[in-house]
Ligand binder design. Sequence first.
Ligand SMILES: Nc1ncnc2c1ncn2[C@@H]1O[C@H](COP(=O)(O)OP(=O)(O)OP(=O)(O)O)[C@@H](O)[C@H]1O
Length: 541
Amino acid sequence: MINEMINEDELDDHLARRIRSMVLKDFGSKAEYQNRCTDIGLSVSTFENYKDQFIQEVNDDAIPELNPGVLIPVILREGLEGVQNRLIPNFLGFLEKASPKDAAPVAMVRALADCRYPHEWNPASRLLQRKVIMHVGPTNSGKTYSAIQKLKKAESGIYCSPLRLLAYEVFVRMNREGIPCRLITGEERREPEVDGKPLELKVGPLGKPHIPLMASTIEMANISTKYDVAVIDEIQVLTDMQRGWAWTQALHGLRAKEIHLCGEPTAVPLVQRLFKVMNEDVEVRTYDRLGSLQVSNVGLGSKWVNIKKGDCVVTFSRNMIFQVKRDIEQSTGMKCAIVYGGLPPETRAEQARLFNDPKSGYDVLVASDAIGMGLNLNINRVVFETLSKFDGKAMRPISISQVRQIGGRAGRYQSAYDKGVVTTLHNKDLHHLDKHINMLPPPLPSAGIKPPTNMIEMFSHQFPNVPFSKLWLMFQDCAQTTTDFHMCQFKDQKVIADSIESIPLSVQDRYQLMYAPIQIRDPDLLKTAVDVRPFKCIARM
Ligand SMILES: Nc1ncnc2c1ncn2[C@@H]1O[C@H](COP(=O)(O)OP(=O)(O)OP(=O)(O)O)[C@@H](O)[C@H]1O
């Protein structure tokens, strides 16, 4: 497959055109596309009459959504599938212009799947004029620190986190400083406490205890409450294929007088465009890195014996984390702490604490890319075990943004090592690392969206008795979006939807289950998810 071999810096207009031609050839010849169009109500003759004209228009770059410049980030993020998924919606858009009469049979279902104005999905927030401040800069530049300072002083506020562990960090820090803060994640809810003991709360004006702050994973952020200040961390994740919708929803929906966004400068143009549609201005504050970060001129020569105290080895599979830990402990005698996404927050925090404490005896950290977002660790040197990651389908080079985010964990301000070093296990990877760490990633192309449940329900009324996984595909074929948005795809969505198809459930329940982060490899968990409702118990954010 062509897309499995593409590096971020190799994909140019010419290659994007070649990939597009390949996909268009299938559109013209494979029965699948015709069937998908007839499933939603188009006649066979309409498809046959207009498909070649459509292919010609695309090849002439007359359909902006399928131009090479738009497709490059799509191919990098979604592979060939991203281009394939965009063909039918654009074919229907083309048909509507070319022959409204022939497009009439699908006009209503297209209107029901109109996702061009996601800011209208949160009408209550449109009544507010929100002040938006965007803190941007490289890693370790004090962006989150500045935003959190504002949150601390707020009468009411929310911190929206990309990770359970970061939400937990803010929860612990705020309560320790005497500022009552709740924790809300997919897994747990906690009232203000310090070291397991409830925090003494002041009584508010209505005679109830006043808890001003909430630290929440972004998927769980309550957007119906009013806040003085909201902080959205790692805003660049809004472009993520699976989770981006939660950032977009927070950005559109948070009912806060003041919103602070923290993240990479690459997010600025897209975020500005999204707020412009809502008539809200964005004040951009730019930060510089606190302390230097250097790429080493030597790798470890593929030898774990070259690991030193203060090193963090980054690898991308859970099996490798344990393997690397064993290898390092055997060849150096040093003990390794481990951090990866699947660990419970307390265990992760404990492992991070052990590594950060110079007297604990844990000198090395072995971690997954879970450390790439915001964690404060005393790392002297980040060592990439590899620069490729399995994305569920194929091994792909990690993005420039990921290289920079993960590498940037070395040398944290006011930590034991304020100058950071980045290197690779294998010398052959060093050149790639050096090139990418100094490269500015391109601006973010689009923000993820997840259509609201009522939209899917309305759409489903047009196609009774269609299995849900097929209905979701039909919705996406009909969906209209602008180039600023993309529809999020949920991990294993088809497998989940098909495995619950025979169980009597509402459309709302099916939709909710489909995007719940269920471990489908565990059949018991999937069964529990179906048996136990509401489904909050299985959320694993
Ligand atoms: N003005 C400051 N005073 C004291 N400590 C600070 C200050 N600014 C930043 N720090 C500390 O520096 C470290 C990095 O800051 P912060 O987490 O805000 O960086 P960031 O730019 O958000 O980085 P990342 O994107 O990696 O999360 C943190 O430990 C933070 O507490």
